[in-house]
Design a protein around this ligand. Sequence first.
Ligand code: PEP
Length: 250
Amino acid sequence: MRTPVIAANWKMNKTQAAARQFLADFLPRVAGLEGVELIICPPFTALAAVAEGLRGSRVGLGAQNMSEKDPGAYTGEVAGEMLVEAGCRYVILGHSERRHIYGETDQLVGAKVRTAVRHGLIPILCIGETLEEREAGKTDAVNRRQLLAGLEGLTAGEVAGAIIAYEPVWAIGTGKNCDPGEAQRTIAAVRAMVAEAFGADAAARVRIQYGGSVKPGNIGSYMAQPDIDGALVGGASLDPASFAEICAAA
Ligand code: PEP
């Protein structure tokens, strides 16, 4: 039985003050929730403030990116051990905005995933096709390429402990969420790819989220699908009431 996992990706939003204000409203709303893992991924500059605010709660802390390198002369980068010290348990890697705006390759994302796992962080590996790739019938092929490169070098046990987020690029921040039945089909195919590469046990245990314009009004239809284990939420995670509603529906 896989525990559902709902993660907030705040992207480049919220100062420390805004993050504290969010938590003051959000945490009481989810205080009684059980049977679901909750994660907040603020920008680097708000990690410490959110770690402090989450102390004593059941909500986990994640970062939105990290370096594949160990500490050294890499201006502007943040190392895995720094995230661990800041209180992170999770890190989003390979988000489509990193891939498509900042040019992160499948191989770089794979290197980041390996470094994250080496530091004991749980990677949230994002994969997903663009609209052009979907229309060309390449959805499963793109997912396979990004998935296998992203998980390369991991053991079956490490894959079982990871989180995968299927996020069709055309659904992110557009309000055009993927049909839940189609998300189920695609995610079941991703799970079959994990089984093929890492074995049936890893495939049965790895959690696979859907992401892309998830809102309080549509989360239920995703959670009703057998292979969808939660959601990665961008825009709707910025508002405490909306995000709490999504968490409660899971
Ligand atoms: C995301 O950024 O991962 C995301 C899914 O964004 P949104 O929910 O706004 O589509």
